[in-house]
Design a protein around this ligand. Structure first.
Ligand code: PEP
Ligand code: MN
Length: 260
C-alpha cells in the first residue's frame, strides 16, 4: 500500500526517508532540553521529543513539570529548528500545544476515546502509541477515531507489548511494522526505548526497526542518563546516540522497501 506522507513541522514521515525522533523522557529544565536538543541535532536527529506531562504508573514518581516544560521545549525548537513532539494527557491542556508540531497520545491513552475524538477535530499531527495490552486491530481502530473525525495526520508507533517475557520492560513486536504497513497507509515508527527498558538493547532493536522498513524511530536520549528524573536506564547517552545514527545510515539502503 502506498504511504500517506505526514508532515511534522516541515519534516515528512512516510516518504521513504527514515526520521529519528530523539530526546529525554521528561523535560527537566530549560537548560537540560536545550542542551540535549543541540547535541542530538548535531548527531543527526530530525525531531525533538520530551515529556511535559508524564503519565506515570506510580503517583509517587516524577510527574513532569507540566506547562512550563512546553515553553522550554519550544525554546529548544527555536534554538535548533527541530520540530517537536510531546504527550497530551488531558484535552483541557490543548491550548498549550498550539506551537507543538506533533501531539503524542501515549500507550496508556490509546483507548481514551473522548481524547481521540477531541483530537480528531484538530488538524494537529498525532503520534498514536500502541497500548501495552492492545492488538494491532485495536490500534488501527483508535487511529480510525482520529481519521474518521477528520484528522488525517496520524503516525502509528509500536512501543512494545506486555508478554510473559520478563527480560525486558515490554516485548518489541517487530512484526507490527510489516503488518501495519499491509493494513494501513499511515507512517509507522518504533520506540525501542520503552519496548526494552534497557539502553544496551536500544541500538540493536532500532536497527531491527530500520530493517523491517519502519518510517522512523523514537528513542530516549539524555546527556546524563544516570541523573535522569525519568527512565534513565533506557536512555542512550550522546555518544551512544551518535553511534546509533551512524549505524542507521549504513543499513538504511538495505531496509525492506514498501515501494513508496
Ligand atoms: C513516552 O513516550 O514518553 C511514553 C510514556 O511512552 P508510552 O506511552 O509508550 O509508555
Ligand atoms: Mn520514558
Amino acid at each position: 500500500m502506498s504511504s500517506t506522507v505526514v508532515n511534522v513541522g516541515g519534516t515528512k514521515l512516510g516518504d521513504g526517508n527514515f526520521q529519528i525522533i530523539a530526546g529525554p523522557c521528561a523535560i527537566e529544565s530549560k537548560n537540560q532540553i536545550c542542551n540535549i536538543a543541540k547535541k542530538i541535532k548535531s548527531c543527526g536527529a530530525t525531531i525533538l521529543r520530551g515529556g511535559a506531562f508524564k503519565a506515570r504508573t506510580s503517583p509517587y514518581t516524577f510527574q513532569g513539570i507540566g506547562a512550563p516544560a512546553i515553553k522550554y521545549l519550544l525554546e529548544a525548537k527555536n534554538l535548533t529548528g527541530l520540530p517537536v513532539v510531546t504527550e497530551i494527557v488531558d484535552i483541557a491542556h490543548l491550548d498549550l500545544f498550539e506551537y507543538v508540531d506533533m501531539i503524542q497520545v501515549g500507550a496508556r491513552n490509546m483507548q481514551n476515546f473522548e481524547l481521540l475524538k477531541a483530537l480528531s477535530q484538530t488538524k494537529k499531527t498525532i503520534l498514536l502509541k500502541r497500548g501495552i495490552g492492545c492488538t494491532l486491530d485495536e490500534l488501527l481502530m483508535s487511529a480510525e477515531y482520529l481519521l474518521d473525525g477528520g484528522n488525517e495526520n496520524v503516525i502509528l508507533c509500536e512501543r512494545g507489548i506486555r508478554t510473559f517475557e520478563n527480560s525486558t520492560r515490554a516485548t518489541l513486536d517487530i512484526s507490527a511494522v510489516p503488518i501495519l504497513k499491509q493494513r494501513t497507509s499511515l507512517p509507522v515508527i518504533v520506540d525501542p526505548s520503552h519496548a526494552s527498558g534497557d539502553a544496551s538493547l536500544v541500538i540493536p532493536m532500532s536497527l531491527a526497526a530500520v530493517a523491517a522498513g519502519a518510517d522512523g524511530i523514537m528513542v530516549e536520549v539524555h546527556d546524563h542518563p544516570s541523573e535522569a528524573l525519568c527512565d534513565g536506564l533506557q536512555a542512550l547517552d550522546i555518544e551512544q546516540f551518535e553511534t546509533l545514527v551512524n549505524k542507521i545510515k549504513k543499513i538504511k539502503p538495505f531496509a525492506y522497501d514498501y515501494k513508496y
